[in-house]
Design a protein around this ligand. Structure first.
Ligand code: NAD
Ligand code: UFG
Length: 330
């Protein structure tokens, strides 16, 4: 089976390529490398000892993308390609709406032309908004606070409407919680360009001495220690969630949370990182970051019941693997 993986050179996409190849699927990656490096493709090959077809193509460019569909028989798509920095999306809303929505629609258009029926989409816990925890797939979604989140909510609606109009389509919407960690080989992981926005890559840069200290955004939230609580999931578990989703894909629209179901505060994550890696992470408490919510974790029972998938790796392993990868970055 050939799976087209858009954004397969990125953080979650590269780990998913490894998981798919190890499960016996063939992988065709399309990525324009706007937030990733081409070496990642060689690293995927090195880890799995398997071939990967790679195209440096922008998913919003119809002619280029059409040539991929006309060259290969594609059995299904996992669509990761997208811009994901929340703050940047507020400054450059048009880029975010254009890239994230046109890419999804272009893929749908070509799926129709080439009769591709299976579509797995990278959504986000951000679509729940500031809802009651734990977040359940059947909850009414609340408004998102930034253009990035809006592109995820809108893509979900677009895919849902397209699937409603064609009952043979199989659409799975995966709502990720907070992926961290890296492959145990230390070859692939999260390597954002510039100063990281997300907590774990910031922590690893501080530990490495590239940044002075971590700024913790607020310690007055109604949480266990006042700092924000999130559901961190090891990226390798998340990648395996995609294989389970693809194996179990059926007609209609199906939504799954991919998380661990457990909340960890910022301070708890910092302490776990220090303990796991025997290294200090200096930090300072600063003001809350606008748009952040206090607490977010998943109800993961639906994915367990219907996909037979559950996250296995704990916070200490996530911290060790994230650091192991960071130490390898030149
Ligand atoms: P990433 O930036 O590492 O990977 C995205 C990849 O898509 C990159 O390699 C980038 O070069 C590529 N890309 C972007 N626009 C493209 C285009 N128009 N054409 C071709 N390639 C393009 O991000 P990630 O963390 O691996 O996230 C993957 C997906 O999961 C994204 O859609 C993201 O919004 C979603 N997601 C991520 C998180 C997270 O915390 N990392 C949480 C929820 C959802
Ligand atoms: N945080 C800090 N300091 C930092 C970075 C983050 O204290 O330098 C805190 C945040 O305030 C929050 C927690 O660490 O409490 C996690 O923040 P991240 O930026 O790592 O992650 P978010 O939960 O804000 O958002 C992430 C992705 C979104 C995605 C969401 C899904 O960035 O794209 O998870 O749950 F939608």
């Amino acid at each position: 089976m050939n799976i087209l993986v858009t954004g397969g050179a990125g953080f979650i996409g590269s780990h998913t390529c490894v998981a798919l190849l190890e499960a016996g699927y063939e992988v065709i990656v399309v990525d324009n490398l706007c937030n990733s490096k081409v070496d990642t493709i060689d690293k995927i090959k090195k880890i799995t000892n398997k071939e990967v077809v790679f195209y440096n193509i922008d998913v919003t460019e119809e002619k280029d993308l059409d040539s991929v569909f006309s060259t290969h028989i594609i059995d299904g798509i996992i669509h990761f390609a997208g811009l994901k920095a929340v703050g940047e999306s507020v400054e450059k809303p048009l880029e975010y709406y254009y890239n994230n929505l046109v890419s999804t629609m272009m893929l749908c258009k070509l799926c129709k032309k080439y009769n591709v029926k299976k579509f797995v989409f990278s959504s986000s816990a951000t679509v729940y908004g500031d809802n009651e925890i734990p977040f359940r797939e059947d909850m009414k979604l609340l408004s998102t606070t930034n253009p990035y989140g809006e592109t995820k909510a809108m893509s979900e609606r677009i895919l849902t409407d397209i699937a409603k109009a064609d009952s043979s389509l199989c659409v799975t919407l995966l709502r990720y919680f907070n992926p961290i960690g890296a492959h145990e080989s230390g070859l692939i992981g999260e390597d954002p360009k510039g100063i990281p926005n997300n907590l774990m890559p910031y922590i690893t840069k501080v530990a490495k001495g590239e940044l002075d200290k971590l700024c913790i955004f607020g310690n007055d939230y109604p949480t266990i220690d006042g700092t924000g609580v999130r559901d961190y999931i090891h990226v390798v578990d998340l990648a395996e969630g995609h294989v389970a989703a693809f194996k179990n894909i059926t007609p209609g629209v199906h939504v799954y949370n991919l998380g661990t179901g457990k909340g960890t505060s910022v301070l708890q994550l910092v302490k776990a990182f220090e303990e796991a890696n025997k290294i200090k992470v200096p930090y300072e408490i600063v003001d809350r970051r606008p748009g952040d919510i206090a607490e977010c974790y998943a109800d993961v029972s639906k994915a367990e019941k219907e996909l037979g998938w559950i996250a296995k790796k704990g916070i200490i392993e996530m911290c060790k693997d994230a650091w192991n990868f960071e130490k390898n970055i030149k």
